[in-house]
Design a protein around this ligand. Sequence first.
Ligand code: SF4
Length: 234
Amino acid sequence: MDRSPVFGILQNPSMVDYPGKLAAVFFLSGCNFRCGFCHNARLMQDVDAAGLPWPEVEDACRRFRENWVQGAVVTGGEPTLHPGVFPVVEKLRERGFAVKLDTNGSRPDVLARLLPLVDYVAMDVKFAPADYAARAGFGDLDALTESIRMIQERAAAYEFRTTVIEAWHGEAQMHLIGKWVRGAKLHVLQAFVPRDDLPDPACRAMRETRSEVMHPLADVLRRYVGRVEIRGEF
Ligand code: SF4
């Protein structure tokens, strides 16, 4: 069976994953971070997890395009880990989708090759630099910094985004994040929502981020970036 690198496809088009576009969402497996609050923990597993047969991916593309879906989101896990990300992006472009890439920014070498091929990039800037190793299990700050700069300089369109966890993201952290992405066009804040299946039991017990916490943090970021959006029900 000719397997694709696509581990899963969202059944229905998403209205929230690609700004301004109805989008099909394609998941690749494997992640080099270990975030205790990960909502896609199933995808943390091995990059080599068996993907869907290519004909199934083709059928989904056809179905979405027949239903006027213009956007496609390639997400994970961390898509840049998978060598198959290139044929997936090519296939989506061939089928006429505008392609958005979601990334944690850990593979600037791969990102450099993907940037000319995608229409939109969303990079998570999860924490202040010094908190990454403890909270995401990833400490190569040079790689993250290189990805941030490359996206600012070369991406056709982009956003940086932070999921705000009240216990971890205060004004001091937001100043450090702001300095890191200084000059960015758009930074998105989204609320953390606890779930029973999060990898870290401590994260399962954390509170959902409140609106009154988000707005002052957005004001801090506005000192550093062009535009800040709070996404979600705020
Ligand atoms: S980078 Fe994303 S997919 Fe990977 S562990 Fe963290 S939240 Fe999950």
